[in-house]
Design a protein around this ligand. Structure first.
Ligand SMILES: [Cu+2]
Length: 486
């Protein structure tokens, strides 16, 4: 969601609110914009991979009418761990984890189950499939035997229809595809969703565990075609996977040029002695500040325009109202990351391996737009957007353990404009007060400006706060133990 005018209802703890304690509540009020296939989920302490998540579809009746479909199917895929997140977080963040070992998911779910739903098609009719990857780590492929997927939307951005044999949906991403029923089907067909394992380093689950195969049943004159052509098996491999860089937004937005704010980021996984392995993309790994950064932006006057006011521990970047922002990120690591920005749909103007040559002339005239993009292993991405949405927005990896380990930056967009338009909701103050957290001031809860060096010692950083050892567990085990498999 853009959360235009409603930054306080964006959700991430530490940026726009304090956490909602057990038994407490917080009401999110916002304009449902943009339309499209979205999802909602907890944005704190690795909670969503255990199930605190769901699809959220925002309808655009005129666009949907133009697709000429008879039915919409709301679908999801996700990896799944047999160990609950608090224990995975504990082991991942532990000082014992010197190499940043990332546990592999145990299996793959479709619509939060291993039982594949059956799609019932009629000849020649069109269907809109809205598919969300609400997983913790891995991407998933989706393919229907004998049918073409016409991609019409990604991450809430309507796109010019483009045919695909197989689509790849990574953590946090969404795809809208139109599928047309065969005119004279002689049989029914299979569809397949399969987790990709290129982000895993060990204990790679077998094909059976990471594949879900379902049926497309055709109904002809009331009868169901019960035979199926070309049965797909768990050993299925994709033939041609759509490159999302080839997709063009339906609004035809032209390449944003002459960025005035260039943010250079680089993923950097480091082992910190006595702390553990963390990943930073800017100055320091992100940690939850004493004051939600939005509340700092709204309560520190002119100091809100100075990045150090927010503390090095949130990796703050100030964006000026209506400027063109370019985010250049390099990933020297051997695995890709799905990077997500709140509050905007960015143009992906370049992506590749190695580093960007800066050649403006080679950029597409109408770039792909979305809000989660995969940065390749040993590669880079160049993103651009206009800072036309005052607020405090998270830029983070959607691999949930990486985020828990600090792989995020905070974009503070037009705090001067924000102070005139928005305010800290009383309910938000209430959440913080119950936890004894302050609700105004700089990152040290003091008034106005604080220098970067003072923020290092007075504000939260990985060096002076203990990360939530067992995630969101309110009564964590007192002695350390290894992960328990349930
Ligand atoms: Cu990551």
């Amino acid at each position: 969601m853009y959360q235009q005018g409603t930054s306080a209802y964006d959700g991430p703890v530490g940026l726009t609110q304090c956490p909602i304690n057990p038994g407490d509540s917080y009401t999110y009020t916002f304009t449902a914009n943009p339309a499209g296939t979205h999802w909602y989920h907890s944005h704190d302490k690795g909670q969503y991979p255990d199930g605190l998540r769901g699809k959220m579809i925002i309808h655009d009746p005129s666009w949907e009418k133009s697709l000429n479909v008879v039915q919409q199917l709301y679908l999801s895929m996700s990896d799944w761990y047999h160990t609950q997140m608090p224990y995975l977080i504990h082991d991942y963040l532990s000082p014992d984890n010197t190499v940043g070992d990332l546990p592999s998911p145990d299996s793959f779910l479709f619509n939060d189950t291993r039982t594949a739903p059956t799609f019932k098609f009629s000849p020649g009719k069109r269907y809109l499939l809205r598919i969300v990857n609400l997983g913790a780590l891995a991407c998933g492929e989706f393919h229907i035997d004998g049918h073409t997927l016409s991609v019409v939307g990604i991450d809430g951005v309507h796109v010019q229809p483009r045919n695909a044999d197989t689509i790849l949906i990574c953590a946090g991403q969404r795809y809208d595809v139109v599928v047309t029923g065969k005119l004279n089907p002689l049989t029914s067909f299979n569809w397949v969703a399969k987790m990709t394992t290129d982000m895993l380093t060990h204990d790679i689950p077998g094909d059976d565990a990471v594949t879900v195969v379902g049926k497309v049943l055709y109904t002809l004159l009331g009868a169901i075609l019960n035979t199926t052509a070309n049965l797909l098996s768990p050993s299925w491999t994709a033939q041609v996977v759509l490159d999302d860089m080839t997709l063009k937004p339906l609004d035809g937005q032209k390449l944003l040029t002459n960025p005035t704010n260039k943010i250079d980021l680089k993923s950097n996984q480091t082992y910190y002695q006595g702390i553990g392995t963390r990943i930073k993309i800017g100055q320091e790994p992100w940690v939850e500040p004493k004051v939600p950064s939005l509340y700092t932006a709204l309560s520190t006057g002119s100091a809100a325009l100075n990045a150090s006011t927010y503390g090095v521990g949130v990796d703050p970047w100030i964006l000026k109202s209506n400027e063109i922002v370019q985010v250049y990120m390099e990933n020297p690591q051997a695995f890709p990351h799905p990077m997500h920005l709140h509050g905007h749909e960015f143009q992906v103007v370049a992506r590749g391996t190695g580093s960007w040559d800066g050649n403006e002339g080679a950029l597409p005239q109408v770039p792909m737009k979305r809000d989660v993009v995969v940065i390749p292993a040993n590669g880079y991405i160049v993103l651009r957007f206009k800072a036309d949405n005052p607020g405090v927005w998270f830029f983070h990896c959607h691999i949930d353990l990486h985020l828990t380990g600090g792989m995020a930056s905070t974009f503070i967009e037009a705090p001067d404009v924000l102070q005139k338009q928005q305010f800290i909701p009383a309910a938000g103050t209430g959440l913080c007060s119950k936890d004894g957290q302050c609700t105004t001031g700089n990152c040290a809860c003091g008034q106005g400006y604080i220098s970067a060096s003072d923020s290092q010692s007075h504000c939260n950083t990985i060096f002076n706060v203990k990360d939530a050892d067992y995630g969101a567990l309110t009564n964590p085990p007192t002695s350390r133990r290894r992960a328990v498999v349930f």
